[in-house]
Design a protein around this ligand. Sequence first.
Ligand code: ZN
Length: 289
Amino acid sequence: MASRAVAESTETGCRSSIVNDEIFAFCGSPGSLLIVTDLETIERVAGWLRESSYTVVLTGAGISTESGIPDFRGPQGVWTKNPGAERAATIQNFMANRDSRVRSWQNRISNNTWADAQPNAGHIALATLERKGKLDTLVTQNIDSLHLKAGSSQSRIIEIHGTVRDFVCMGCGERGPIERVLDRVRAGEEDPPCRTCGGILKSATISFGQNLVPEDLERAERAASECECFLAVGTSLTVYPVALLPEMALRNGARLVILNAQDTPYDQIAHEVISEQIGDVLPRIVDAV
Ligand SMILES: [Zn+2]
């Protein structure tokens, strides 16, 4: 039988677990941050959110890793470890290469990561912040739909990198629920063409080499440049043009708060930087609003 014991040290902020006589230390690795933000900081950030008449929240991969969604660009990211997979994910490759489309659809039906993922305490806290009337625009770099599942309003969400919920035809632009295409793949079509124009179908995500939807970017930029409080959650703030949004907010005199496990280029000029695990700290902040 497995022996299991957990020891916690309040002095070092580290915790170690003994499982089958092996010791696992949990200091500093993402997903197991043991920093606990002091009450004063929580109250200060909550106060800024309370006072703000227009708040923008930007979320990135870091909010969804606690829901089991793989991070692509983090230190342990899928693409950090395997740059070849990143090159294969380009739009040019997808459009030119039937094999990569067949592989991509096969991956979708054999891997339930997207369909099974559930929102975590961080997503739910943002939906609560909206219900409190304190979240006006939610820009997300995530394609996982978890904000919607958590109860955030579709009208307030800008999915700047698209969504895995839908498909889009690269020929005529027709769009619909991805399940319709996945059903055809399950029924044996390897690379189902558009039923209207015969064009190539793809999930409605923004691939490498593909432009963002101009209206989405404009909406996000307008919101950032008009807001009074800008909260960046689980994003490294290094992927452009989204990484410019905090700068627009600062130029408008907004408060900038960063919740992220790793450093970001904005840490020195942000009004507050919090490195605690998002699912732990964000509900505390929202409760205090
Ligand atoms: Zn079409």
